[in-house]
Write a protein that binds this ligand. Structure first.
Ligand code: BGC
Length: 354
């Protein structure tokens, strides 16, 4: 279906407006959800609208694995928003297997979907995913696992929607700095911590690990890493790593940094099993603001967490998909759109319960 010229002009004008109110606070050129879309300045938006569906269309959604607590919330939000707007949505589970996901992407292309929303299984597969969707000329929104700007530059009908992972790490560090003893529970002049990392292939895991501790160092605090282990975003792994570390390092551990809440909830089980008390003799922080974690923050069993806004990101992903369907193209360096993280403490946790 071809849209009318009038609609094309309206799209161009609205994109021009959006570009005008962009100007986010990040280096990759995206913005916050409040005015976050940053198509390439309106000027490169094509006036002829390629097959934009009227009153809905078909969307293929690829999730890296359904069995991920945060991505379950995200996936549900995405499906609800898309269906609410009249799109026909098919959502598939990549089972954390990139070759399986590649087949799913090819199947969606063969079926002739109007747009794709993809949460890659492996960030390292970004080049081949981008080459595939480009060859098929399918408007594509990547979510949750951010490729590099150079990788995205290969295709101008592609945009990434996510968050600035460094910000969530900084917020975790600040949560520790805001405690009465700034994390130095035993008063020995340094903060001794363990780091339970997500999948280290993922930029979220890398930057949260770096920036959480970086915030302490920037505040002039001496830090000591007792252990760093990959927990792959998984609750059970978080529990096992924390149990082993508590057995090995005992009271030396003052802070447990977890790259996400699911691992923090696992860690909490081990902390409680070891007879330790969060906020009294150990601190514990996560990221995501899963409902279970918000409850623990309110109960004093987690020091804090960071809202990873699944609904905000799903809303922005659909918004960007519609801009692409309307003919928007993106210039190199302007292909990341960020939604802000929010620091969550016992004071504001109740605001985020769904
Ligand atoms: C979330 C994790 C999730 C991961 C999946 C991260 O942004 O914080 O909970 O497991 O994305 O890629």
């Amino acid at each position: 279906m071809k849209k009318t010229l009038a609609l094309a002009l309206a799209v161009v004008m609205s994109l021009g407006l959006l570009a005008g109110c962009g100007g986010g606070n990040n280096s990759t050129g995206g913005g916050s959800s409040a005015g976050g879309s940053q198509p390439s300045g309106g000027s490169s938006v094509t006036a002829s609208i390629p097959d934009a569906p009227e009153g809905g269309g078909t969307v293929g959604v690829c999730i890296y694995k359904f069995d991920d607590a945060f991505m379950t919330t995200y996936r549900n939000a995405l499906t609800e928003i898309l269906k609410g707007k009249g799109y026909q949505v098919t959502t598939v589970d990549g089972n954390n297997d990139q070759s399986k996901q590649n087949e799913q992407i090819n199947t969606f292309i063969t079926q002739g979907v109007d747009a794709l929303i993809i949460n890659p299984c492996m960030t390292s597969a970004a080049d081949s995913i981008i080459a595939t969707v480009k060859a098929a000329n399918i408007p594509t929104v990547l979510i949750n696992r951010e490729p590099t700007a150079d990788q995205m530059a290969a295709y101008d009908r592609l945009v990434y929607v996510g968050c600035d992972a460094a910000q969530s790490g900084t917020f975790q560090g600040e949560l520790i700095l805001e405690t009465p003893n700034k994390g130095d529970i035993n008063g020995d002049g340094k903060v001794s911590y363990i780091m339970i990392q997500g999948d280290p292939e993922n930029i979220d895991a890398q930057l949260r690990t770096e920036y959480s501790v970086g915030a302490l160092k920037d505040a002039g605090i001496e830090v000591e890493q007792l252990d760093l282990q990959r927990g792959d975003w998984d609750r059970e792994k978080g529990q096992t790593i924390c149990a082993n570390d508590l057995a090995q390092f005992g009271d030396q551990i003052e802070v447990v940094f977890c790259n996400n809440d699911d691992m923090a909830i696992g860690a909490l089980q081990s902390i409680q099993a070891a007879g330790r008390k969060v906020n009294e003799d150990i601190y514990l922080v996560g990221v995501d603001a899963l409902d279970a974690a918000l409850n623990e923050v309110m109960n004093g069993n987690m020091t804090g967490t960071v809202l990873n806004d699944a609904v905000g990101q799903a809303t922005e992903a659909v918004n960007q998909m519609e801009l692409l369907l309307g003919g928007a193209t993106y210039s190199a360096g302007n292909q990341s759109v960020y939604v802000d993280y929010v620091k969550v403490t016992p004071d504001n946790a109740s605001e985020f319960v769904k």
